[in-house]
Ligand binder design. Structure first.
Ligand SMILES: NC(=O)c1ccc[n+]([C@@H]2O[C@H](COP(=O)([O-])OP(=O)(O)OC[C@H]3O[C@@H](n4cnc5c(N)ncnc54)[C@H](OP(=O)(O)O)[C@@H]3O)[C@@H](O)[C@H]2O)c1
Length: 184
């Protein structure tokens, strides 16, 4: 993250009338990515992500977006992807570009209104740089804990769990679905 981005995040509190929801799969050692992809293949987690985010705007960083394009050949179907980037990217239908956090939220709000039947949530889907910048503004965190310690090159940022309460937990074989809500 550049110094300018740090400064922008510090001086402009991000606000939305909609619930801002972070969604992440994170290993026990904090790893979330390796070589532009996730270091595990957990189909139930991909399904969980799909069910949570379907019909909503999803904000993500350019690296994560490009990884999805490489895998799916298109942006996430049934959702509007808001891609944070400093570049002038050409995007196919279903994706829009934003050059800073505030414009990303504006674009997500517009997509919620115009394309997703006034959807009440905006998802923040990583990667690490984007989680880090949005974390102070998130209302809810949907976390899949992957019970493994894989090698990786990207980790979820430090977060203060005392600021969050667990509202649901579903333990599966090798992973757990948790949901946290920010305490008042
Ligand atoms: N486990 C999970 O749930 C999960 C979820 C998402 C991603 N991941 C993994 O995380 C890794 C990618 O994460 P990452 O942190 O390296 O990259 P990233 O956050 O996906 O993308 C970083 C890029 O986003 C753009 N960006 C970020 N903040 C910006 C801002 N405020 N204004 C303008 N542009 C901004 C910049 O793009 P430009 O360089 O174009 O300016 C930056 O280089 C991959 O391995 C991916 O698979 C894992």
């Amino acid at each position: 993250m550049s110094g300018d981005r740090d400064a922008a995040a510090a001086t402009q509190p991000l606000e939305s009338d909609r619930e801002l929801v972070g969604i992440v799969a994170v290993a026990d050692n904090g790893v979330i990515g390796r070589d532009g992809d996730m270091p595990w293949h957990v189909p139930a987690d991909l399904q969980h992500f799909k069910e949570a985010t379907m019909g909503h705007p999803v904000v993500m960083g350019r690296v994560t977006y490009e990884g999805i394009l490489e895998t799916l050949g298109e942006p996430l179907p049934g959702r509007t992807t808001v891609v944070l980037t400093s570049r002038n990217l050409e995007t196919p239908a279903g994706a829009v570009v934003a050059h800073d956090l505030e414009s990303a939220l504006e674009r997500a709000e517009r997509a919620a209104n115009e394309r997703h039947d006034d959807a009440d949530r905006i998802f923040v889907a990583g990667g690490a740089t984007v989680y880090e910048q949005f974390l102070p503004a998130l209302d809810r965190l949907i976390v899949t804990e992957i019970h493994d310690d894989p090698e990786g090159d990207v980790a979820f940022p430090e977060w203060d769990r005392s600021e969050w309460g667990v509202v649901s937990r579903d333990d599966r074989d090798g992973f757990s679905f948790l949901e946290y809500v920010r305490r008042d």
